[in-house]
Structures are given as C-alpha cells and as structure tokens.
Unconditional design. Structure first.
Length: 477
C-alpha cells in the first residue's frame, strides 16, 4: 500500500493530502473567513486547460440541490454500472476516507493514484493564485476519470451551483434535488435566491430533471429552464411514486409516468415504470431513487449514442436495490437500535424524525447531537425534540467550524430538555455501545463520520469506508 512506501513520483499520499488541505478550504474555514468574491470559475477553467481539458473526455450528469444530491448520485452511478457503463462518481464531503470522493465503477481511487495525480494538479496550479481545495480535488477527479476512460461521470455540486468548481462541465442532463435553507450566508436568505444559485447548472437546451419543490423555488426553476430552452421533467408531477412497504433493511415503491393512457391489462406504459426496492430508508430516499429513474429515462438517446443498447429495467432495478450510501439513516444496530444520520438542516432533521417514526414506531430517542456553527441548530433541535427522551451533545474533533457543545446544551436547557455534555464523541460512543435505549447520532456529516469510526473501533464492525482509511488519513484528519 502506498503509505508503506517512501515516495511515488516524488509525492507520498500523505503529502498529497497535506497539499490539498493546505489550500483555501471552505469545508473547514469559519464563515467569517468566507467571501463569495473568491469563487471564480476562471481559475478552474485555467487549471483544467493546463491539464488537457480532462472534463471534456466523458459524458456527464450534473446534480445540484440542498439535500439528496449525494444519494441521487449514488443511485445513478449504481444503475449505470448495471447497464454496463464504465462510470465515475464524484461526491463530497467524505465520511472517513478522502478516497470516497472519487470512484470508478464503485472502486475508490487508490492512494498511489491520489499521489500521482495531485502532483500533476500542483504543477498546473502553482502559478494560478487562489486555487482552493475543492477546485484542486475536482480537477484531480476529472483527471482520474479521463485516465480511467470512463464513459460517463456522475458529478455532485459542492456548494450552490452557479459558481461551483464543477460547473465547468457540459452535462447531458442537469438534476436538481430538494432545495431548502442551508448556507444562507453564501447562497441567499430566501428559497428563490438559493434556487437561482442551484439553477446555475442549467445549460441552454440541456434537459433538466427536478424534484418537487416549494412553490417559491419551483417558480425559479421553471423560469430558468424556459429561458434557456431546457426541457424540464419534474418528479412528483411528470413521474409519480408511492411507497408500498417499509422494513428495517429496505423499502419498496411503485413508480409511474403521469398523463399516460393505460389499461388494466397494461398498467405500465413506460419500460421504467413498475415496482422497485431500495436499501436506503425514508420517503425522501424513494424520491431520490425516482429522480434517478426519471433522469435515466431522459437520457435514453444519449445512453444509446454512448453504446448502451438497451435501457434494461432489470438493470435499473438491480442498481437501485444494490445502492449503498452510508451515514444516511444507517442502522448500526437493530436491538436496541442505533441509527446515524447526517441531517444538518431543519428540513433534513424533519425527514429524519419522520423516518424514525416510520421505521421504529412509538420509540423515544437519545439524540447524540453535534453540528457546525453555520448550521441551524435551533431548527434541527425543534424538529427532533418531539421524538427525544434526552440529549447528549458533543462536537466533531479538530473541526474549527464545530459548534460548541456547551452552547448546544444551553439551547436545549432553555427548552427544558434533559441534556448532558460529552467531553468527546469517543466518550459518548462508549456509552452508546452498552446502551439499552434507542440512540440516534446526528447533526452533521463530520459528526456522523467520526461516530461511525468510533463505533467500528469499539465494536469491531466492518463499516463501509471506515475500513478504507489509511494511517496517513487518520493523521491528516
């Protein structure tokens, strides 16, 4: 493994991580250090030009949204793999291993590939002032996809859309998942302003697939799509889904295309209509899966042009069923239940509360809670409080954006909640291992990522991505 060697092509994997994290990193800076003026696609364009325009060597699907974009990307990539397509997947942030962000056919980028490609990115970026961590990592991902000769890449927007570093691609389809309030200091304080930023990924004449939105956000999407002559498909309007059954490990749903003539003898008129099953829990995940199917339906011609001879319904069903997306309503233990969920705004906390009630009816939960300073802690607490028996507050280790556990405790005490402060998340997880109460760990992906690592260390569970950490990554984190 790369971390057992001294150097590869002049750069060690740990050196690569240290270089990438040394750049301006908006995932870890305080909001007071953030200025929207520093977002500038011209830097990204110059960087990619120097690297030989790798982003022009594959077809792409571009996915923006406040919530659900990562899960939707995972569904899409899994379905494309089942269709026989060589596919790259770029998502952020990661839970445990940096390498999660960049995958080809489900395989995480290897440490030695990170080292080698980072050296190329560094050489191209050294005299471009202001290159950020996310820009460099995005360039690295596109280089990896081009080198691996992927036919398609599923690319998740990092922040917003209009000025996001990924917005240099010309996709075959743009996808917009659920829009709600998050990063309001950057994207705007109204849903229409946030939606306008997300709509920055809509390109002239390129189809758009959107989930159902609040009317204020939907109006912006419809207007921008019309202005750019981008055909719009809305999940919940043009495609409709209904949950059929929910179990501890899976849920099933029916999906139909709206406004299509059908009979009792022919209940399904589109080959992708029918019954589906997914391992991800929560009605919002059904909507994300339905969005992936609607997107693939829009892509029929483009897929055929790239060599996909048939949009096999069986392949799509297998892809959805096999999709894994850790840290999103992930059940670590069933009895008594331990759930981890990366909900980090009020909307996602409401969806978490609804899913807890649906999957584990009648339970009251110990919420182990930690979040970041720029998140709506009060909104999340309000959403989860009706399902809480008590709270344990802590904070992700070593993250300068982490909200003070004492401040969170004050918010909860003001509501009359039972609350205790854990000096570290490791100590909180010690208590969870032996708990006889239902426990849910939530508040941010960084918090949940660290919780999963502690759970694996304390129980010996082999969790996806935790086992992929290298010693170098543990030190860098």
């Amino acid at each position: 493994m790369i971390y057992d060697r001294d150097y590869l092509h002049g750069m060690h994997y740990a050196d690569a991580l240290n270089y990438l994290y040394s750049l301006t990193n908006y995932e870890r800076v305080h909001l007071k250090d953030y200025t929207p003026r520093t977002l500038d696609l011209s830097r990204m364009t110059r960087l990619l030009e120097r690297l030989g325009a790798p982003h022009e060597r594959f077809r792409s699907i571009h996915v923006a949204g406040t919530k659900g974009k990562g899960s939707t990307c995972a569904f899409l990539a899994a379905c494309l793999r089942q269709l026989g397509v060589r596919v790259g997947l770029y998502t952020s942030p990661h839970l445990s291993s940096f390498r999660e962000r960049i995958r080809v056919d489900g395989d995480l980028i290897a440490p030695e590939q990170v080292a080698e490609l980072t050296q190329q990115v560094k050489a191209a970026a050294d005299d471009i002032p202001g290159v950020t961590t996310f820009e460099a990592v995005t360039a690295l991902a596109f280089l990896h996809f081009a080198r691996a000769r992927v036919a398609w890449a599923v690319v998740e927007v990092g922040l917003g859309g209009r000025l996001d570093a990924t917005n240099v691609i010309l996709p075959e389809v743009s996808v917009i998942t659920s829009i709600s309030y998050d990063h309001t200091q950057i994207l705007g304080s109204s849903l229409s302003q946030i939606a306008a930023e997300k709509c920055g990924i809509i390109k002239p004449a390129v189809p758009v697939v959107s989930q159902s939105q609040h009317p204020e956000a939907m109006a912006v999407i419809e207007r921008v799509a019309y202005e750019r002559s981008a055909p719009l498909t809305v999940v919940g309007k043009h495609w409709r889904w209904s949950v059929e059954a929910v179990r501890l490990t899976k849920q099933s749903f029916e999906l139909k295309k709206a406004a299509q003539p059908r009979t009792n003898d022919h209940p399904f008129v589109n080959s992708l209509e029918g019954h589906y099953e997914i391992a991800l829990l929560g009605r919002h995940q059904v909507e994300n899966a339905a969005t992936a199917v609607a997107t693939l339906d829009v892509l029929r011609e483009a897929l055929a042009n790239s060599g996909v001879t048939s949009l096999s319904p069986r392949a799509i069903r297998d892809g959805l069923r096999m999709t894994q997306w850790p840290g999103r309503f992930e059940v670590l233990r069933t009895d008594p239940p331990v759930v981890v969920d990366g909900a980090h705004n009020a909307d996602s906390a409401n969806k978490l509360a609804a899913t807890l009630a649906e999957v584990f009816p009648g339970r009251r939960w110990v919420f182990v809670f930690g979040t970041l300073k720029d998140k709506d802690a009060e909104g999340m607490i309000s959403a989860l409080s009706p399902r809480a028996s008590r709270w344990v507050v802590s904070q992700p280790a070593g993250n300068p954006r982490a909200q003070s556990a004492e401040l969170l405790a004050e918010m909860l005490r003001a509501r009359g909640a039972r609350v205790s402060v854990a000096p570290s998340l490791s100590e909180a997880m010690d208590a969870i291992v032996n708990s006889v109460e239902p426990v849910c760990v939530t508040g941010s992906l960084a918090f949940v990522g660290e919780a999963r690592e502690h759970w694996a260390d304390k129980t010996g569970a082999r969790l996806l991505f935790v086992a992929d950490r290298t010693p170098d990554e543990c030190i860098a984190r």
